[in-house]
Write a protein that binds this ligand. Structure first.
Ligand code: GN1
Ligand code: MG
Length: 363
């Protein structure tokens, strides 16, 4: 049955009269639409939230609302515009932060922020510097949020949990794809210990747990026309973990000279100048609260999250493409190889990356 998007949009407290509802963007997880209204009324973002991944959705929406309200209060105190510098969740007509349809699908709406740009790549150091400041500012703004968040994604960036999933999926091998990817499997196995050693420091508290975004890829940030970060979006994954996840995931996307699913691997590498610019912006906003251990592992976090992404794409490929939306049969494998090329490039430049972090850390 075709989903009646207008009917769904009408379940929310919107201003104005709906003109049209149409698909927006290319998210891998949720389905996203824009609700256009007539005249001067605002536009809205409508999302079908993926209940197979985020669970329970009502708790996720509560998390998002807590974070948004916290940021809005700070923005107001600083004389900013809370409707542009933070996401605004629009409740359903019954006051809930989501609407559950007859097919048990969860929908949520937020205000569309006009005159912004979302980038797929950081083409210039200036943009990377602004992105670093934006993510750093976000972390700094939520660093004193006292209200607890529900962990709706247990184990999200926890490599021990990912290895558990990995072992299960390799044992099942539902489509018999395992035999075709023995090189790729070795990429994962060879680095297992290194990754677990890092994660142990998070588990034993040597690296602190703080509120973090956990999905800081470049297109989850809205820039204004001047090139500054206006607002961090896609807050579905906000939870308590290490803030290094955010630095690492940003570096995975900002520094990549190719696409996440690049077929021509000669195009994929880590751009050290972009790394330098992002790190500078990020540390300008976060150096005041980061501990020496967090500084020490900043560069490593880029390798960690990129490695995790190689694992997640490969695991989804072997599992039969159940998690990420794919455009072709081999899409997850293409993504695996492209992310692995990026990981290798980071490994080659690791010493330089550490030097950059150290240079800014001592400023
Ligand atoms: C997903 O939802 P989106 O496209 O912003 C994924 C991230 C991955 C990313 C890979 C909840 O992000 O963890 O890094 O794809 N989000 C979830 O591009 O799994
Ligand atoms: Mg997104």
């Amino acid at each position: 049955m075709k989903t009646d998007l207008i009917k769904i949009a009408l379940q929310f407290q919107l201003d104005g009269t709906i003109d049209e509802v149409k698909p927006l963007g290319e998210g891998f997880i949720n389905d996203t639409f824009i609700i256009k209204t007539k005249g001067d009324s605002p536009s809205y973002i409508l999302q079908r939230k993926n209940k197979n991944i985020f669970s329970p959705i009502p708790a996720m929406m509560d998390n998002i609302e807590k974070v948004c309200q916290h940021i809005k209060n700070k923005v107001k105190q600083n004389g900013g515009d809370p409707l542009r510098e933070a996401m605004t969740i629009i409740p359903a007509v019954d006051g809930k932060l989501y609407w559950l349809d007859e097919e048990e699908e969860y929908w949520a709406v937020c205000l569309f922020i006009e005159d912004t740009i979302a980038y797929e790549a950081a083409k210039t150091p200036d943009l990377a510097f602004a992105g670093g400041k934006g993510i750093g500012k976000f972390q700094s703004l939520v660093s004193d949020l006292k209200e607890p968040l529900v962990n709706i994604l247990p184990g999200f960036h926890d490599i021990r949990y990912r290895f558990k999933q990995w072992d299960e999926i390799l044992a099942k091998d539902p489509l018999g794809r395992k035999a075709m990817v023995s090189d790729e499997i070795a990429w994962i196995e060879n680095r297992k210990e290194d990754m677990l050693n890092f994660w142990k420091l998070v588990e034993n508290g040597t690296i602190p747990t703080r509120i973090s975004h956990n999905d800081t890829k470049i297109n989850n940030i809205l820039f204004d026309k001047k090139g500054d970060v206006l607002c961090v979006i896609d807050l579905d994954t906000v939870l308590s973990s290490t803030v290094l996840n955010d630095f690492g995931d940003a570096m995975r996307t900002y520094t990549n000279t190719g696409a996440e699913d690049e077929v021509d691997l000669t195009k994929v590498s880590m751009d050290l100048e972009i790394f330098r610019a992002f790190t500078k912006g990020y540390l300008e906003e976060t150096a005041w609260f980061l501990t020496p251990k967090e500084f020490e592992y900043l560069a490593f976090s880029a390798k960690y999250i990129t490695y995790e992404q190689v694992l997640r794409f490969l695991m989804d490929y072997i599992d039969g493409d159940n998690y990420y939306k794919t455009k072709s049969k081999e899409h997850n494998l293409v993504r695996t190889r492209a992310q692995y090329k990026l990981l290798q490039s980071m490994e080659e430049q690791f010493e330089e990356m550490n030097k950059i972090v150290n240079a800014f850390a001592t400023l």
